[in-house]
Ligand binder design. Structure first.
Ligand code: GDP
Ligand code: MG
Length: 191
């Protein structure tokens, strides 16, 4: 698997042309988006990870095997950043999700968190035209016996809110659990 950084967009006009299939990665700040991208691509530090929430209000594009894009979208959860940041994020995301080249939409959630209205709204918005893939992150933070119940609960909640979910995954980027399965789902017959 070969990967490299392609470009970043802070504004809709900076988004790259729609010419390669894309995997969109979205979720609350700090839920583990950049860590997932690094784990899936088998890279240590390609997508930067940070323990400070809300730092990267940019969409970062990475090129995989010269034929797919994986996109680290800016996180949400704006209590610390305010209205201006939220509006800016919404503009970028509204334009981004109109792209016809999006092949997968990974909706990430920290497995320990409860789903709130903001999560439901975003998941519903994302699944308007095609289903999302639900990815529960940081599974290493829960006892093994609580993992399956947490997944079932999250799935049932999203479905009851009318969110269309194609597949679901439970992962730990730190412990590399569930990564192989996610990678083969995303890249199918590719290596
Ligand atoms: N324990 C654990 N921590 C993780 C995992 N994935 C990410 N983290 C940590 O969570 C914090 C935020 O991760 P990051 O990938 O930067 O989240 P992002 O803001 O969504 O891109 C960092 O301190 C990561 O080391 C995981 O699978 N397990
Ligand atoms: Mg990040």
């Amino acid at each position: 698997m070969d990967s490299r950084y392609l470009t970043s967009a802070q504004k809709p006009q900076q988004l790259p042309p729609e010419d390669l299939p894309e995997i969109a990665v979205i979720g609350r700040s700090n839920c583990g988006k950049s860590s997932l991208i690094n784990a899936v691509l088998n890279r240590k530090d390609l997508a930067r990870t940070s323990s400070t929430p809300g730092r990267t209000q940019m969409a970062n594009f990475f090129l995989v095997n010269s034929k797919d894009l994986i996109v680290d979208l800016p996180g949400y959860g704006f209590s610390a950043t305010g209205k201006g940041a939220r509006k800016h994020w919404q503009e970028l995301l509204n334009t981004y999700f109109k792209r016809r080249t999006i092949r997968n939409k990974l909706f990430l959630m920290d497995i320990r968190r409860n789903i709130n209205e903001e999560d439901y709204d975003l998941a519903a918005f994302m699944s308007t035209h095609s289903p999302i893939d639900l990815v529960l992150t940081k599974a290493d933070k829960l006892p093994q016996s609580k993992v399956k119940p947490a997944l079932d609960k999250h799935l049932a909640s999203f479905v009851s809110r009318g969110v269309d979910v194609a597949s679901s995954f439970v992962i730990s980027s730190t412990k590399k659990k569930g990564i192989e399965k996610l990678r083969s789902y995303l890249f199918r017959s590719e290596d």
